[in-house]
Write a protein that binds this ligand. Structure first.
Ligand code: FAD
Length: 525
C-alpha cells in the first residue's frame, strides 16, 4: 500500500501512541489526528501543570471543559459550581458528563464521571502516576515476556521515572513509618516505595510533567522528517466512522470553527476518544458489538488527610530536611513536586493501590485555631484505590432517540458496587485508619468518593481472546469483525485493576499499533 492514511480520533496519550508508533514503523504513512477540543499550549499536548502563570493555567483548564467552559456553560444556564473539584486529583480541566443542562448524560449512579476536551485529552491534566499492572491486573492472553517488554516501551514513551523524589528525606520518613506498620504483611518486591511518575526531572529539582507531547515527540518537532507526515486538527469533531462492508473507509468530521462537515478517507481508523465517547462514536456509526459500553469498571477510592506527627517524623527526618522539601515545593507552588509514596497492588496480600502524597497545607480550608489547622510538618493526602469486578450490567448505553449536547445518541450510565467491592472497601478503610495512626492524626476521616471520581474508566471496549460477545476488540485492539478499525484507551482493559491505568493502556496501544503497522507493511509488500 503506497502512502497509507491513518485517521486517529482523539489526541490524548493513546491516540498519540498510535501516531508515534505507526509513523516510526511506516514512515511513508500520513497520520491525521482529529481532536474535538482546542490546543492549549504551544507544544501540542503539553501538561498544563507545566504552565507557571496561574492565570494562564486557569485559562487552559477552562478551555478543556467542553460544555462547561465559560460562555458555552453560561448559554446552557449551568452554574460554574456544577463542576466539582476532587480532593486528591485536581479535577480542573475536566467536565462532568452528567452536567445537568440540556443534552447532559444521565449518570446518577456514576455522578462524578468526567472527561477533558482539549489537545492532549485528560493527559494534559493528569497526575502522572504510572505504576505497572501486576498479578491478575495483567491481561491473561498476553505472555509475560511480551508484556514486560511492552511496559518498558510504554515507560519510554511516557518518560516514566521510577525513582522520582526518592531523594526526599521527608518522603523517606513517611515510607519508613508506613513500612514499620505494614512491611511484614507485604510480599517481597511489593512493599512501601516511591510512586513512578511520568515526567522529566529538571536540574533545579522541579519536574517537567509529561503529557501527550512527549509521546508525540518527533511528530511535532519541525526538524524531524516524521513531522511532515503528521497533521493534528484541533477543534475538529469526528461525527462518524464510515463503513464499507466489514471495513472502515474513513471518518466524517466537522470543523467546529466553521461548522463545515467533510469526509476524510483512511486505510486505518483508530478511535481513542476516551472510555465513554469512543463507544458512543462507534454506536453512532452503527458499529454495535454486544459488549460495547458494558463491563464498565473504575476504582472505588477511599481518601483521607492526616496531619503528620512531628515526633514521629523527627525520628527519621531533620528540620533541615523539612526546609529542603519546602524549598523544592516552592519552585512551582501551584503544582509542587511532592514526595509521593505508594504501596502497590499485590495478591492476595494487598489488593489495593495506595497513594500517599505529602503537602504543606490541607486540600480544604480549616478554621484557624482548630486542632492541626497549622502543622509545621505538614500533611499527607492518602488514597486507597480498589478493584471493581467487571459485570455486564455496569454499562454506558446510548439512546438513538435522544441527542446529547453534541448531537450524538445520549449516554446513560448504570453502575453499582456489589458486596465484593463493599468487602474490599471495608478492608481498605481499616488499613487507611492504621496508616493514618502510623503517621499522625486524621484531619479528614476516611471517606468513599462518589462513583466516577477515579477518572480511570475501563472496560467499555474490552479486549478479548475470542469473539464470544463479552469483548469488543481482539487481542490486537481491532474491533471484532472490522479488520482496519482499531480502538484504544483505558476502555480496553478487561481485568479488575487497582492501579492508575494509563501506562497499561499505552502498552496495549503499542501492541495494537505494531500489529497495524505490520498489516500496512505486508499489504505494501
Ligand atoms: P483522553 O486523554 O481522555 O483523550 C481523549 C481525547 O479524545 C479528548 O481530548 C477528547 O476531546 C477527544 N475526543 C472525544 N471524542 C472525540 C471526537 N468524536 N472527535 C474528536 N476528538 C474526540 N491516569 C493515570 O494513569 N495516572 C494518573 O495519575 C492520572 N491522574 C489523572 C488526574 C486527572 C485530573 C485526570 C483528568 C486524569 C488522570 N488520569 C490518570 C487519567 C489519564 O489522564 C487517562 O488515563 C489518559 O489521559 C487516557 O488517555 P486517552 O488518550 O485514552 O484519552
Amino acid at each position: 500500500m503506497s502512502n497509507p492514511t491513518i485517521a486517529i480520533v482523539g489526541s490524548g496519550p493513546i491516540g498519540s501512541t498510535y501516531a508515534r508508533v505507526l509513523l516510526e514503523q511506516v514512515p511513508n504513512a500520513r497520520v491525521v489526528m482529529f481532536e474535538a477540543g482546542p490546543q492549549l499550549t504551544d507544544v501540542p499536548g503539553e501538561s498544563v501543570r507545566n504552565i507557571l502563570d496561574p492565570a494562564e493555567k486557569a485559562r487552559a483548564r477552562e478551555m478543556s471543559q467542553g460544555p462547561q467552559a465559560g460562555a458555552f456553560r453560561e448559554s446552557l444556564g449551568i452554574p460554574a459550581a456544577t463542576v466539582t473539584e476532587g480532593m486528591f486529583t485536581a479535577r480542573q480541566g475536566t467536565h462532568l458528563l452528567d452536567f445537568g443542562g440540556a443534552g447532559s448524560a444521565h449518570a446518577s449512579s456514576f455522578p462524578a464521571a468526567a472527561a477533558a476536551t482539549n489537545v492532549g485529552g485528560q493527559g494534559a491534566h493528569w497526575t502522572c502516576a504510572t505504576p505497572s499492572p501486576a498479578f491478575s491486573e495483567k491481561i491473561p492472553f498476553i505472555a509475560d515476556d511480551e508484556w514486560d517488554a511492552l511496559i518498558e516501551d510504554a515507560k519510554r514513551l511516557l518518560h516514566v521515572h521510577s525513582a522520582a523524589f526518592a531523594d526526599s528525606k521527608v518522603g523517606e520518613a513517611i515510607r519508613t513509618l508506613l513500612d514499620e506498620e505494614f512491611g511484614a504483611e507485604l510480599p517481597d518486591g511489593y512493599g512501601v516505595g516511591t510512586l513512578p511518575v511520568a515526567g522529566d526531572p529538571q536540574p533545579d529539582g522541579s519536574v517537567r510533567w509529561a503529557g501527550a507531547d512527549v509521546v508525540l515527540g518527533p511528530l511535532t518537532d519541525k526538524d524531524s522528517p516524521l513531522s511532515q507526515q503528521f497533521e493534528l486538527r484541533d477543534l475538529t469533531l469526528v461525527r462518524r466512522v464510515e463503513l464499507d462492508g466489514n471495513r472502515v473507509s474513513g471518518v466524517t468530521v466537522q470543523d467546529l470553527r466553521t461548522g463545515e462537515t467533510s469526509f476524510v478517507a483512511a486505510d486505518i481508523v483508530v478511535v481513542a476518544a476516551d472510555a465513554f465517547r469512543s463507544p458512543q462514536l462507534l454506536w453512532a456509526s452503527g458499529i454495535r458489538p454486544a459488549a460495547l459500553g458494558h463491563y464498565l469498571t473504575e476504582h472505588p477510592v477511599v481518601i483521607s488527610t492526616v496531619a503528620l506527627d512531628a515526633e514521629k517524623m523527627q525520628r527519621y527526618a531533620s528540620e533541615e530536611d523539612l526546609k529542603a522539601e519546602l524549598a523544592r515545593r516552592a519552585l512551582n507552588p501551584a503544582d509542587p513536586v511532592a514526595a509521593v509514596n505508594r504501596i502497590p497492588f499485590s495478591e492476595p496480600e494487598h489488593p489495593f493501590s495506595v497513594q500517599v502524597m505529602y503537602t504543606e497545607t490541607t486540600p480544604f480550608p480549616m478554621e484557624p485555631g482548630t486542632p492541626y489547622s497549622e502543622n509545621r510538618w505538614g500533611y499527607v493526602n492518602m488514597g486507597y484505590g480498589m478493584r471493581k469486578h467487571p459485570r455486564y450490567e455496569d454499562a454506558v448505553t446510548f439512546d438513538d432517540n435522544e441527542a446529547d449536547y453534541r448531537g450524538f445518541p445520549n449516554m446513560t450510565i448504570d453502575y453499582a458496587l456489589t458486596e465484593r467491592e463493599e468487602t474490599e472497601i471495608a478492608q481498605a478503610t481499616e488499613r487507611l485508619r492504621r496508616a493514618g495512626k502510623a503517621l499522625g492524626v486524621f484531619v479528614a476521616e476516611p471517606r468513599l468518593m462518589p462513583n466516577g471520581s477515579s477518572l480511570h474508566y475501563q472496560g467499555t471496549m474490552r479486549l478479548g481472546a475470542a469473539d464470544d460477545g463479552t469483548s469488543v476488540a481482539d487481542p490486537w485492539s481491532r474491533v471484532w469483525g472490522y479488520e482496519n478499525l482499531v480502538v484504544g484507551g483505558n476502555a480496553l482493559i478487561p481485568t479488575a485493576t487497582a492501579m492508575n491505568p494509563t501506562l497499561m493502556s499505552v502498552a496495549i496501544a503499542v501492541r495494537g499499533a505494531r500489529k497495524a503497522a505490520g498489516e500496512l507493511g505486508s499489504k505494501g509488500a
